[in-house]
Design a protein around this ligand. Structure first.
Ligand SMILES: [Fe+2]
Ligand SMILES: [Fe+2]
Length: 456
């Protein structure tokens, strides 16, 4: 057995006001049949009392001719108490003036003349309560729309602030990522510099070799218009071009590059490949690894390890080859004439060892670097206390800790960071002597002695 839910239809309330009790009775009977809840009052004043104490009256039907207060007067007041209720005038006189007054002053919806026809009366009443229901629905809907608008506004505001908050968070994350990336790049560059310094520690005769090759390469690359990324790769490759030399035995290293090449020493001939292999696991250095592999290729195809020629050799490798040659010769030749002699030898090798298209830019780059360095050679050595060191000073000897660990190789140009390293080690492992640096000579003295080292 199923129980059907009982649906209760809302009973609408109608207020009847008439001084004639028999009219009230017959109308009440008629309306109750239509399932209305009917309230009655025999005067306007009694009607007002009911209105004041009852909520939700749908329809007010008032007789016009009543002692004390006319129907129109009553409706005028009723409008103020129950503005949503529909109002109608009931009159025994078909008087158009009363009807107009009722409609204008009491805002009556209709007027009905006595005697009425039941069917017509009920139809009018149904229309009137429908109007009341529509007004109520309209009010409710308006309220819902208002509430929803308010809710929407609130959501919109919350959404806006959420978007602002998230945008701010994304901005902050971006900034953090940027700064992490900057740190990472700086650490990466520092690591390359550290590798390069380690390499120079392996062979004291090659102090600053990689740094100078990088400096010359940078100037050439700039003047031939290489892109920023290509220049970065080139600098990394120039700083690390001889990293494969680490694997060469001390005995072979002592012989120098020219002898090793003449002997076709396999360790020496393989150093470009070993260099590439050593850094191949570092993805960011792979392109530099290719330049390292080919830094001993000759333009005419007579070099090693792959005997590439012309434009088969990557441009970066061709630049490093030129810079490497000049840098080595500047260390090997008597200082006074080294620059002119090295440039002359270079010009004799364009087309055979070196790319002739670089000839116009190399000289300027090389002169710029070595003339500046030349002014730095008007210096004498001095031993300074750590606290007297200044950024820009050049180490004339390796800076070592008390237990003999090389902290910075000779030739290092000091900066705030490197001075901090020396200060830190001075606290944990202090050296007995100070740090040897180059300082300006009082009288210029030419040093004409040739360097004895042979560079790789
Ligand atoms: Fe090399
Ligand atoms: Fe080299």
């Amino acid at each position: 057995m199923t129980i059907e839910p009982e649906i209760e239809e809302e009973q609408l309330t109608i207020l009847l006001v008439d001084d004639e009790a028999n009219i009230l009775t017959s109308l009440k009977r008629l309306l109750r049949k239509e399932n209305f809840n009917v309230l009655t009052a025999e005067s306007g004043a009694a009607g007002i009392d009911i209105l004041n104490s009852t909520e939700g009256i749908a329809l007010i039907i008032s007789d016009q001719r009543m002692p004390g207060m006319s129907g129109v007067e009553f409706l005028e007041q009723a409008k103020k108490i129950a503005p949503d209720a529909t109002r109608m005038i009931l009159t025994g006189y078909a008087d158009i003036n009363v009807a107009i007054k009722g409609i204008n002053k009491g805002e009556a919806y209709r007027y009905i003349t006595k005697p009425w026809v039941d069917k017509e009366f009920i139809d009018i009443v149904n229309d009137a309560v429908l109007r009341f229901a529509l007004i109520g629905d309209n009010k409710r809907l308006n309220l819902i729309v208002k509430e929803q608008n308010h809710e929407l506004k609130k959501l919109n505001t919350e959404l806006k602030s959420l978007v602002y908050q998230q945008t701010a968070e994304i901005k902050q994350q971006n900034n953090e990522l940027k700064s992490l990336n900057t740190n990472l790049r700086a650490n990466f560059k520092n690591s390359i510099g550290a590798f390069s310094s380690l390499l120079e520690m392996r062979n004291a005769k090659t102090v600053n070799h990689s740094k100078n090759v990088a400096a010359i390469s940078f100037k050439i690359a700039k003047s031939i218009g290489l892109s920023g990324e290509a220049i970065e790769t080139l600098i990394a490759a120039a700083l690390l071009h001889d990293i494969g030399i680490i694997a060469i035995s001390d005995e072979a290293l002592r012989k120098g590059a020219a002898v090793l090449l003449q002997e076709q020493n396999p360790e020496y001939l393989n150093h470009p490949i070993r260099g590439q292999t050593a850094i191949d696991s570092i993805e960011n250095l792979r392109k530099a690894g290719i330049l390292i592999r080919h830094h001993h290729e000759n333009y005419d195809g007579s070099g090693f390890p792959d005997r590439l020629s012309g434009t088969e050799i990557p441009m970066g490798s061709r630049i490093i080859a030129v810079a490497d040659f000049i840098e080595n010769r500047m260390k090997e030749l008597p200082k006074k004439t080294a620059l002119e002699k090295a440039l002359q030898e270079l010009s004799q090798n364009y087309g055979s060892r070196f790319d002739p298209s670089l000839s116009s830019t190399v000289e300027e780059a090389v002169r710029e670097l070595y003339n500046k360095a030349g002014s730095e050679t008007d210096m004498t050595e001095a031993v300074l206390k750590i606290n007297d060191l200044k950024p820009g000073m050049l180490l004339s000897k390796h800076a070592k800790s008390g237990t003999g660990q090389i902290l910075l190789p000779s030739g290092t140009k000091l900066n705030d960071a490197s001075i901090k390293i020396l200060q830190r080690y001075n606290e944990i492992d202090p050296a007995e002597t100070g740090v040897s640096v180059w300082i300006k000579k009082l009288n210029n003295q030419d040093n004409d002695l040739p360097a004895k080292n042979q560079n790789l």
